[in-house]
Write a protein that binds this ligand. Structure first.
Ligand code: HEM
Length: 142
């Protein structure tokens, strides 16, 4: 289930980007970033970068994470950051992932489910990424 949650967070990162302010001038590769500059870190672009994830980057493949996040990202800690990184990363990370797994487990104990034919795939950012037309599923009691 960890693999499914991680792959969902990779492809459909709820927070598309974070903004950070440069405290003091810093060199980043060929760039010199001056103090007070605000930069946008495009989480969702990192998660969709074929150079980081391979040519199948747009496919939902939970097995990428079979050996954990470090291995899936080839030890590039900035390649997978759905909860941002560093001292201001998400304090709710463990709560959110645990709650997701508890909810999914409760559903899977009682139902099998499949997507409704009426579902239209349209991820849409409204502060966080959301399914624009909802997610219609068909529940089949076990
Ligand atoms: C899948 C669910 C979630 C995702 C993807 C997520 C993602 C993030 C990200 C990317 C940030 C950094 C924002 C920034 O620096 O601009 C953040 C910060 C934060 N998140 Fe979450 N979050 C999630 C759920 C939660 C939950 C459930 C809580 C509380 C129970 C929470 C509380 C916070 C707080 C308080 C911060 C600010 C931390 C700080 O600035 O020091 N988050 N989250």
């Amino acid at each position: 289930m960890n693999m499914v949650v991680n792959e969902t967070l990779r492809l459909y990162s709820p927070v598309a980007a974070v903004i950070r302010k440069i405290k003091k001038e810093v060199r980043l590769g060929k760039l010199v970033l001056p103090a007070n500059l605000e930069i946008l870190i495009p989480i969702i672009a990192l998660h969709h970068d074929p150079q980081l994830w391979g040519d199948d980057v747009h496919l939902f493949k939970p097995e990428r994470f079979v050996e954990g996040i470090a291995s899936a990202t080839k030890y590039n800690s900035a390649a997978f950051i759905p909860f941002s990184m560093g001292p201001r990363s998400c304090v709710g990370m463990s709560f959110a992932t645990t709650e997701t797994k508890v909810a999914l487990s409760m559903i899977l104990q009682r139902y099998a489910f499949s997507l409704s034919p009426t579902y239209v795939h349209a991820p849409f950012p409204v502060i966080t990424l959301q399914p624009q037309h909802g997610i219609q599923v068909m529940l089949h009691p076990l």
